[in-house]
Design a protein around this ligand. Structure first.
Ligand code: SF4
Length: 243
């Protein structure tokens, strides 16, 4: 049995072993096998998938060892911030809020107002990628909520893989779930979710870059951008900074 994968090959092997496991079972195994070995981070923006993972973790003994964090870009919707409080209260959690080096006002001053309009890749790099890169320093693995259906990049993801960009293990427990799997689980388990999802938004990121729309069509609508860059493994959209 492969106890503590480190290299890409070892993570791939563990991925092959757990490939047919359910999301619940994958998370259980990860907690059982790996969380004593090094810190594991679950990063969430409180999308519907993230809410499902928080619920699953709440049912696993010892899952408290997993650190939970949210990247607060300074542009999150009020509804998203309120949902964080709801989860903290419901599951008695402490969710770490991670902020970029520059406040929005400082970024405006240094780079000009509304950088997200002129250069969203640079804005995502400073407000999301750099803070996550720092947060992952010294961590053993991270958990994400991505699903294959969401974008072409995510379609290539596996349930467990090695993250080339951040150079650690990456666990994507819901990677094979459909949107209806997610909503079925949310309704069956009465999990709180972002109220904007009832107002025509299917995917919620930063307020200036999110419009109502199906799936991810409301994210960076009208721009040639579909990913913030956290999940890109190639050199596009900020990836070159870390590999
Ligand atoms: S989603 Fe928009 S506002 Fe948020 S970090 Fe990226 S470009 Fe900036």
């Amino acid at each position: 049995m492969l106890l503590f994968p480190k290299t890409k090959e070892e993570w791939d092997k563990l991925g092959e072993e757990l490939d047919s496991y359910s999301a619940e079972k994958v998370l259980e195994e990860i907690v059982k096998r790996l969380s004593n070995h090094g810190e594991i981070l679950f990063l969430t923006a409180f999308g519907p998938e993230g809410c499902v993972i928080l619920e699953i973790l709440s049912k696993i003994d010892q899952a408290k060892q997993i650190k939970i964090a949210n990247l607060d870009t300074g542009y999150q919707f009020q509804e998203t911030l309120e949902l964080k409080d709801k989860f903290e209260n419901k599951y008695n959690l402490s969710i770490q809020i991670v902020s970029p080096e520059l406040s929005v006002a400082e970024q405006d001053e240094r780079y000009g107002k509304n950088l997200f309009e002129r250069d969203p890749d640079q804005c995502c790099y400073m407000r999301k990628l750099v803070p996550l890169n720092k947060l992952l320093e010294g961590k053993y693995a991270w958990i994400s909520s991505i699903r294959k259906e969401q974008t072409e990049v995510r379609a290539k993801s596996k349930i467990i893989e090695f993250d080339n960009k951040f150079q650690l293990g990456k666990i994507n427990p819901l990677v094979n779930w459909t949107k209806s799997d997610v909503w079925k689980y949310i309704h069956e388990n009465q999990i709180p979710y972002n109220l904007l999802l009832d107002k025509g938004y299917d995917s919620i990121g930063c307020e200036p870059c999110t419009k109502p729309g199906q799936d991810r069509e409301g994210r960076w609508a009208g721009k040639d951008k579909v990913e913030c860059g956290l999940h890109l493994q190639d050199t596009k959209q900020g990836g070159e900074y870390f590999i």
